[in-house]
Design a protein around this ligand. Sequence first.
Ligand code: FES
Length: 165
Amino acid sequence: MSDQKFEPKIVGFLCNWCSYRAADLAGSARIMHAPNVRIIRVMCSGRVDPSFVLKALSMGADGVMIAGCHPGECHYLEQNYKAMRRFGMLQHTLRGLGVEDKRVQLVWASAAEGQRLADAIDQLVADVRELGPLQWAGNWEENGERLQALEDIVKEHEEAMEVTA
Ligand code: FES
């Protein structure tokens, strides 16, 4: 499905130590990418509970990006391997709910890879644009409460911001 007027709404859970900094770098280096992503900073991809993703989708996101440090480079040792395992299970669950694989993507980008992250954002937005709206919920741009609730996802899970080695 394609709709010229459809602008995908994407939530991005970005690891503080790498992908969030890659996004920062992309911004400061004026690397262009689609503006459709609302970024939520987490301390590690391994702390992205699958419920965060389900909640984002249920509240109006058309797609979700989880981005972290490259395998072997996680600041909390092997937590991004946990993210990989969780991602596989999440994809399995989402498939069962009728959610296409390309709506939720796991990306690795180091702090120096602003272009790589920008390209991944563009790819995700293009993939979701092709799929069309998820339509699990109303358009969040028309509903300030939904927008605020999305911002509160991480606040509701404060423990995700406190990672012990
Ligand atoms: S600290 Fe970045 S993925 Fe773990």
